[in-house]
Design a protein around this ligand. Structure first.
Ligand SMILES: Cc1ncc(COP(=O)(O)O)c(C=O)c1O
Length: 357
């Protein structure tokens, strides 16, 4: 069997969730969209059930997968519904729903659910992706609150630049949110992971941590709180071939690496079809049997190459960590001009196994 593996540590996931809730101070929805950022939504939700105040997903398909697996906690649809007929399923499966546009409010008005809806009314406080404009927010809220089939409304917004700790934009967004929402006396939800970790004054009733649950920092450098996160996913594979080469020999596609000394090169079963960044440069960190090592040569679809010259004990079957407990996914992201979000969500084809249930 191909030796590429992803080991998911569910105890680390719970540790990170507890940290998120401690930072937010109140309740936290665990964001498990995109298959829990590549970690397996059902397994992650089950590991957090009983502990998490609820979950958040991108769409009804993701919510139904959790309900079908027996997850009974609240589940929020972060983009609401895409078509009005989803409201019947939202009702039937007792889902919470973000409302981010006028047409959704009209559809909610026309719906006749068996139970009243819990809605999260989204303010566009400056990200300019989804959400109602500040000038429309109060009227939209009144419209919803006048409907007999609306039980509760939570006021929410989303930050665009909270990972930039010296950028004023988060404070501007926060100020607009408070200006519009403070007098409305609704529970509030502002924070994603970077806001929870880096903007202690930008909290509300409900936090919405995603990335930090999986143990990755959203920041480019060290951070005293983010450094308390524990990595959840460790991706490893093995050396499946070894080449002894003289100085001056090219390796792999495009000869991007040419040996500068007599070298031993290890071929590892991991490639960009697994989600490893194709253009990770020479020198990108890996570990080889637990010791720091380096990628050399261009990453192929199913394989990549590492320098074993300074690892005399390593050879066929040696374990190579691509990211995880020793090479943080954020560090790999920095090297490869990618992001921890993209790397985690982009893992494909690699069998997952779980510890720490
Ligand atoms: C509306 C919303 N809230 C929360 C999150 C979680 O963000 P993060 O993974 O940065 O914690 C996301 C993620 O994209 C989101 O879209």
């Amino acid at each position: 069997m191909r030796p590429a593996r992803a080991l998911i540590d569910l105890a680390a996931l719970r540790h990170n969730y507890r940290l998120a809730r401690e930072l937010g101070g109140r309740k936290a929805l665990a964001v498990v969209k995109a298959d829990a950022y590549g970690h397996g939504a059902v397994r992650c939700a089950q590991a957090l059930e009983g502990e998490a105040d609820g979950f958040a997903v991108a769409c009804i398909e993701e919510a139904l997968e959790l309900r079908e697996a027996g997850v009974r906690a609240p589940i929020l649809l972060l983009e609401g519904f895409f078509e009005a007929d989803e409201l019947a399923l939202i009702d039937a499966h007792d889902l919470w729903c973000v409302v981010q546009a006028e047409w959704q409010i009209d559809a909610i008005e026309r719906a006749r659910p068996g139970k009243p809806f819990t809605l999260w009314l989204k303010l566009d406080s400056g990200m300019h992706r989804l959400g109602l404009a500040a000038s429309d927010y109060r009227a939209s809220l009144q419209h919803l609150q006048a409907l007999p089939h609306v039980r509760e409304v939570v006021a929410m917004t989303h930050f665009a630049r909270a990972d930039e700790l010296d950028c004023e934009r988060t404070d501007e967004q926060r100020a607009l949110f408070h200006q519009v929402c403070d007098e409305l006396h609704l529970p509030a939800s502002l924070s994603n992971s970077p806001a929870l970790l880096g903007w202690p004054t930008a909290q509300g009733e409900w936090a919405r941590p995603g990335l930090m649950l999986y143990g990755a920092t959203p920041f480019a450098g060290p951070h005293p709180v983010a450094d308390r996160l524990q990595p959840v996913m460790t991706v490893t594979s093995k050396v499946i071939g070894v080449r002894e080469l003289a100085a001056g020999e090219p390796i792999g596609y495009g000869a991007r690496f040419v040996t500068s000394r007599p070298s031993r090169i290890g071929v590892v079963a991991m490639g960009y079809a697994d989600g490893y960044p194709q253009f990770a440069p020479n020198g990108t960190p890996v570990t080889i049997d637990g010791r720091p090592g380096a990628l050399v040569g261009r990453v192929s679809m199913d394989m990549l190459t590492v320098d074993l010259t300074d690892h005399p004990a390593a050879g066929l079957g040696s374990e190579v960590e691509l990211w995880g407990g020793q090479v943080s996914v954020s560090e790999l992201a920095l090297h490869s001009e990618s992001s921890a979000y993209q790397l985690l969500c982009g893992l494909k084809r690699v069998p997952r196994s779980y510890i720490g249930e």
